[in-house]
Design a protein around this ligand. Structure first.
Ligand code: DQQ
Length: 539
């Protein structure tokens, strides 16, 4: 439906048509980044899942390749589900993925490239002895999926983990293997959190507490923490925690049990799920992919003929300044899409006002901004404000002494549609300031069959830091990063008026008691090339 073609993104990864979900098996191999993904070749709804495949030199421009794997065997006839790649020391690749069998049992299967000398890794072979893992006693046949990338033990074996549950406790099982063919289930769980339900797409990786670069998956020791992430099937969000991995015991312990996996921090407070990282040896960094689903109706997806995009790949590092969270930031290659820019220096946005930003069409932008709140106002507020919550405190229309203020993206001239991305500062009873970072989709569209949540959470702001934000705007996606990526929010929006040339950008300040000063740099963004596979080779 060409009426809706404006919703297609310009620099986020998406297939030409139909349904996509989780990123799978991301890796860097012989000069190419590989992205596989859950894909329905015949419809814009979930089902008939195959592994789509695309390659890139720079994580931005892509070439679509033939499907890597399709459901063609009893051990995956119900779907070639999510999995991960492991690069062995001899350079070989093994791929582990979940198959839904002819009897709807979730099993783990092994696959490998037919021709390791092909940098594009076009053809894949499924191991003849599949499945290599079946649900162990005590685990439901439908709660056993999404194996991780393997990591090495000091005695040369490999371990992988995968999500499951006991009753309502989310758990991560660990298996040890020498050859990825036969496995031993370790007695201890990597981790378990009561009440969090089924853990999908578990990810487990080290981050350096001292260095700037990313760590390969097997690294452990002093100066290393481990991130454990689970995608909660019950509420469809990706939760993570930082902790310590005890290799000997095979268990991971969170730094702060009150911020454990599934009850603490999220990668992203918006529409974002089933994410997965990989280590990129060419730039010594860890890169995160995540699935941005639709928030419109299934009927609308069928009508427009496609559903879902992938997030901008994000570099992940430990936040040395706070010591208690990770930072996520668009990979530096995104900057190569920047075209002309406009600088705005120290614009004052008074309490209760709106300032248009003359940047032309506002559908493909990279926005960076710093905000300073009027000092006197900050210090003058004596009334404590408890219980502010992005989702339930009235969104961008709710007014407090020190917020909300920020941007209106995808706004039409009359502001009949707008997606505010903003900060809100609340003074606690202890006199300390709590800063929230939110995105309000409630007025993002005049359509009524679309999700209109207000997303967000707190964002740590240290003494002396200005408030800062980066927002990537791409037709129907708003991906926002506060304080260098401490808190991230992705909105999937469907304006009806604020589209194409009618989409504008504004600053707003809905605080009652403080003006804010902001300096910004805003780039128009070029489109990425996402090429179809040459027709004669299409399958
Ligand atoms: N998607 C896959 C599963 C996974 C879920 C199926 C998460 O393997 O648990 O498409 O979105």
């Amino acid at each position: 439906n060409s009426m809706l073609s404006w919703q297609r993104t310009a620099f986020h990864f998406q297939p030409e048509m139909n349904w996509m979900n989780d990123p799978n098996g991301p890796m860097f191999y012989m000069g190419w980044y590989h992205l596989f993904y859950q894909y329905n070749p015949v419809a814009a709804v979930w089902g008939n899942i195959v592994w789509g495949h695309a390659v890139s030199r720079d994580l931005i421009h892509w070439l679509h390749l033939p499907f890597a794997m399709v459901p063609d065997s009893w051990f995956d006839i119900g779907g070639v589900w999510t999995g991960s790649a492991t690069l062995l020391h001899d350079g070989k690749i093994v791929m582990l993925y979940t198959g839904a069998t002819n009897e709807s049992v979730q099993v783990q299967n092994l696959a490998y490239p037919a021709d390791p000398s092909d940098p594009l890794l076009i053809d894949w072979v499924k191991y003849s002895g599949n499945p290599v893992l079946v649900p162990p006693p005590g685990i439901d046949i439908k709660d056993f999926r999404d194996p991780t990338t393997g990591w090495n033990t000091p005695d040369g074996k490999w371990r992988i983990t995968l999500g499951s549950k006991y009753n309502t406790t989310g758990i991560s099982l660990v298996y040890e293997t020498k050859d990825f063919i036969s496995y031993e289930l370790l007695e201890g769980l990597l981790h378990a959190v009561p009440g969090t339900g089924m853990w999908e797409c578990v990810d487990f990786f080290p981050v350096s507490t001292t260095r700037e670069d990313g760590l390969d998956t097997s690294v452990n020791g002093p100066g290393v923490k481990h991130v454990l992430k689970a995608s909660l099937d019950d509420d469809k969000h990706d939760y993570y925690a930082l902790g310590t991995y005890d290799q000997e015991m095979g268990i991971w312990t969170p730094d702060n049990p009150e911020q454990d996996v599934g009850i603490g921090m999220r990668y992203d407070y918006g529409k974002y799920y089933a994410s997965k990282t990989f280590y990129d040896p060419s730039k010594e960094r860890r890169v995160l992919w995540g699935w941005i689903g639709e928030t419109d109706s299934e009927t609308a997806d069928v009508e427009k003929g496609w559903a879902s995009v992938q997030s901008i790949p994000r570099m992940v590092v430990f936040d040395k300044k706070t010591g208690s969270n990770i930072l996520q930031w668009p990979v530096e290659e995104v900057d190569t899409l920047r075209l002309s820019s406009k600088d705005f220096d120290k614009i004052e946005v008074r309490a209760g006002s709106i300032v248009p930003l003359d940047v032309g069409t506002a559908t493909q932008l990279d926005i960076t901004a710093e905000f300073e709140v009027d000092k006197e106002a900050l210090e003058g507020i004596i009334e404590a404000e408890v219980g502010y919550n992005c989702s339930t405190s009235g969104g961008a229309a709710g007014r407090g002494a020190l917020g909300p203020f920020g941007f209106l993206v995808f706004a039409d001239e009359s502001l009949s549609e707008q997606t505010p991305v903003y900060f809100y500062i609340a003074k606690g009873t202890d006199g300390n300031l709590n800063t929230f970072f939110c995105a309000d989709d409630s007025r993002s569209s005049k359509a009524n069959d679309v999700g209109k949540q207000v997303y967000g959470s707190t964002v740590p702001v240290l003494d002396g830091e200005k408030l800062s934000v980066r927002i990537l705007v791409d037709h129907s996606i708003v991906e926002s990063f506060a304080q260098g990526g401490r808190t991230c929010i992705t909105s999937r929006v469907y304006p009806t008026e604020a589209i194409d040339g009618a989409a504008r950008l504004f600053l707003f300040n809905n605080a009652t008691g403080a003006s804010v000063t902001t300096s910004l740099k805003i780039w128009q963004m070029s489109s990425a090339f996402i090429h179809p596979f040459p027709a004669e080779k299409k399958m």
